[in-house]
Design a protein around this ligand. Structure first.
Ligand code: PBG
Length: 324
């Protein structure tokens, strides 16, 4: 036999030398769930080990993460039903706890990179990312105006990146214009470029109590059957001024990550979503999988497919393993 691929696997040193992909804590962004109030810490039932935190606890959590080398965070608000309405009014109210907390987080940790979520669902009585009319249609262009208000209010808190997760057409350009016109040309946009209508968001909707009250999100989120359509979304986001292109979910969509990596020069992010976290945690709790190994292998697969940035609820655990 002239060629024996096993020779390159024969020792740890050689295996390490030929290793093509490596995870780094620099690649991670940790999603966080913010609660109104003080000294609150409530675990998400379907996401063991993930907590909804009030600002005081979140500041402590950010501090712990920074010590582990995790420096990027994506903060989502958990909004009480009484603050919700059809047009997400609280999303741009400067006195609302989410915006006030963002200011505090950036004040205390200016070195941390903070991303915010732009979509109506956490604040909407309909549980949809856009405005719902009387017939149940999601109104695209009318929604942009609200997303614009939301974006500007978030940018004014000093955050680093806005993350439009709403999938309305034309929102990257619209939000880029709003930012630039108001002197926020340095605020970045991480677009949820290829965001699929996925069952894997279930635990996240539990965490935020944000599931749609009627219908589903199929008229704005992508059909899981479609790959080529991701190119259209990528082209638009690139033209419209996005700084990063994101694929979501990650694990069942590695081909989409690879496709965007091969076709665009912007950095690619993958959102390792709540359901992917829950699957591994549940199997590990039952003793059916080695949770740590399954976690590292799936994160690695996202890097191998071409994602540079990984948004993951595993960030802390993975950072600890990478250190040891
Ligand atoms: C909504 C939003 C969702 C997630 C992030 N932003 C859920 C949805 O679209 O219904 C899901 C994240 C996760 O599952 O971890 N704008």
């Amino acid at each position: 036999m002239l060629r024996r691929p096993r020779r390159n696997r024969k020792s740890t040193v050689i295996r390490d030398m030929v290793e093509e992909t490596r995870l780094s804590v620099n690649d991670f962004m940790l999603p966080l769930f913010l609660l109104e109030g003080n000294s609150k810490k409530v675990e998400v039932d379907s996401m063991p080990g993930v907590y909804r935190l009030s600002l005081d606890n979140m500041l402590r959590e950010v501090e712990t993460c920074l010590k582990l080398g995790i420096r990027a965070f994506d903060v989502f608000p958990v909004v009480d039903e009484k603050h919700k309405d059809k047009i997400a009014t609280q999303s741009y109210n400067h006195d609302f706890f989410y915006l006030k907390a963002l200011t505090e987080i950036k004040k205390e940790f200016p070195e941390a990179c903070i991303m915010t979520d732009v979509a109506m669902d956490p604040y909407s009585t309909d549980g949809h990312d856009g405005i719902v009319d009387d017939e149940g249609n999601i109104l695209n262009d009318e929604t942009l105006e609200i997303l614009g208000e939301m974006t500007l209010s978030q940018a004014q808190t000093g955050i680093d990146i806005i993350g439009p997760s709403d999938m309305m057409d034309g929102r990257v350009e619209y939000l880029r214009d709003v930012l630039d016109e108001n002197g926020f040309e340095n605020t970045s946009i991480m677009s949820y470029t290829a965001k699929y209508a996925s069952a894997f968001y279930g635990p996240f909707r539990d965490a935020l109590d944000s599931a749609p009250k009627s219908g589903d999100k199929k008229t704005y989120q992508m059909n899981p059957a479609n790959l080529r359509e991701a190119i259209i979304e990528g082209e638009l986001d690139e033209e419209e001024g996005a700084d990063f292109l994101m694929v979501k979910p990650a694990l069942a969509y590695l081909d989409v990550i690879k496709l965007l990596r091969d076709n665009f020069d912007l950095p690619i992010a993958a959102y390792n979503v709540s359901g992917e976290y829950a699957m591994i945690k549940a199997a590990a709790q039952k003793g059916w999988l080695d949770g740590d190994k399954a976690m590292m292998e799936s994160l690695l697969s996202m890097r191998r497919a071409g994602a540079k940035i990984i948004l993951t609820y595993f960030a802390k655990e993975a950072a600890i393993l990478l250190k040891s």
